[in-house]
Design a protein around this ligand. Structure first.
Ligand code: SAH
Length: 395
């Protein structure tokens, strides 16, 4: 078997069980491993550290499959890991209120680069690493055997695949796509577009935070920015909001959003939809002197990697500052960031700066994160990408 021998001192993060080996940590490669092949990772004094999947194209040159020297990386290994991930979700009992959840959350489930979301009878799989790609057929067979879905659909078309040197792919792997696939969540029916939608079609990670919105919305004028297919908007409407204005640039997303509102019997005069850029729309609303009692900001990933942090920080500050100015006294701002490159600490600092510049005093009333089907492995803090704060401005 091929080996990666690390530079002296570069084994430290692996001893803490962090599953990434950066290209700069490698002293030499023994053998001629190809993209996705399993290699042994050794310290500079040739101590075994891990079995990992190799990818010479990526900055993350290897991702750990196992810390056990005896482990064989084969179909049996993947069956064990996938079974464990499924059992972990079963223990969360999400089924009692939804038909959709994240079945496999990559590194945090010990399967680097592999994401699998379940939408009722459909599984959507996303392969984001050369290792996951190498074992695609084996993984697909195991999912078919264990979950017996009507369809397994591949959405390996996120830009991050390019960083891994892999082409983008989108299509059916097994079975047939049933008509009208829907997310059923807390009594709602959300239509989703698995083929073209964002991520694998829906933001499962925001499930608990959407439910919180319902509880907060009563009698409020709500502004939902970056509304996508209307998740937060529907919850706010059912939570007896006075009005809900929802903004997104995507006409396709807004089309599904309005369909979702009608199919859930919430299509009334309270709901307004605006196809616009949020950065501009917030300025317009400010100039019109509009005010709201609850504003939701759930923007796309402004900082996919650390290199974008500064620009992203400016973007977050801009929209949060404008949102603070649009709030009535005592109003609430629910502000999110799904940027891996922005830490919880930094996010809170950005919001504090925005409040200061907006001239408002605010308190944090909720610290939020991704739902429990997106667990965070303790040794892999990067798994915690979604952070949210609900802030109440002084009355
Ligand atoms: N809150 C949603 C998910 C938001 S995803 C939910 O819970 O389902 C981010 C959304 O932002 C996408 O729908 C995308 O179309 C939209 N978007 C991206 N840039 C935008 C911009 N500048 N202005 C308005 N919408 C934007």
């Amino acid at each position: 078997m091929s080996s990666l021998v690390l530079k002296a001192g570069k084994e430290k993060s692996l001893l803490r069980k962090h599953p990434w080996i950066f290209s700069g940590a490698i002293q030499r490669v023994e053998g001629t491993p190809k993209n996705g092949d399993t290699v042994q990772v050794m310290s500079s004094n040739r101590r075994f550290l891990a079995h990992a999947a190799y990818n010479p194209t990526s900055n993350i040159a290897a991702r750990v499959w196992s810390w056990e020297e005896q482990e064989q990386i084969n179909a049996k290994f993947f069956r064990k890991k996938i079974k464990a991930a499924i059992a972990a979700r079963d223990s969360l009992a999400i089924e009692s209120y939804s038909n959709s959840w994240r079945l496999i959350h990559a590194e945090s489930d010990g399967l680097p680069g592999l994401i699998v979301d379940r939408y009722g009878e459909v599984l959507v799989i996303q392969l984001g690493s050369a290792g996951a790609e190498r074992w695609k057929d084996v993984i697909t067979d195991i999912l078919q055997e264990l979950c017996k879905p009507a369809c397994i659909y591949e959405r390996s078309d996120s830009d991050s695949r390019r960083l891994e040197g892999m082409e983008l792919r989108n299509g059916i792997l097994r079975g047939e796509m049933p008509d009208n696939v829907a997310v059923i969540e807390h009594g709602f029916h959300f239509r989703l577009d698995i083929q073209h939608g964002q991520k694998t079609g829906f933001y499962l990670d925001q499930r608990d935070n959407r439910a919180l919105t319902e509880a907060l919305a009563r009698d409020k004028d709500v502004l939902n920015c970056f509304c996508y297919t209307g998740g937060f908007s529907l919850y706010a409407l059912r939570g007896s909001a006075k009005s809900v204005l929802s903004i997104d640039t995507s006409a396709e997303a807004l089309c599904i959003a309005t369909e979702n509102v009608s199919r859930n019997g919430l299509d009334d005069a309270r709901a307004k939809w605006l196809e616009a850029d949020v950065f501009q729309a917030l300025r317009k609303l400010r100039d019109q002197d509009r005010k709201f009692d609850l504003i939701i900001l759930d923007p796309p990933k402004f900082a996919p990697t650390a290199a974008f942090v500064e620009k992203a920080a400016r973007g977050y500050k801009d929209i949060n500052l404008l949102a603070f100015k649009l709030l009535n006294p005592g109003g609430l701002l629910a502000s999110y960031s799904c940027s891996g490159g922005i830490s919880t600490d930094l996010f809170q600092k950005i919001i504090a700066g925005a409040a200061l510049d907006a001239g408002v005093e605010a308190q944090i009333v909720h610290h939020l994160h991704e739902s429990a089907d997106h667990p965070v492995l303790l040794s892999f803090p990067e798994g915690a990408y979604l952070k949210g704060l609900v802030l109440r401005v002084a009355s």
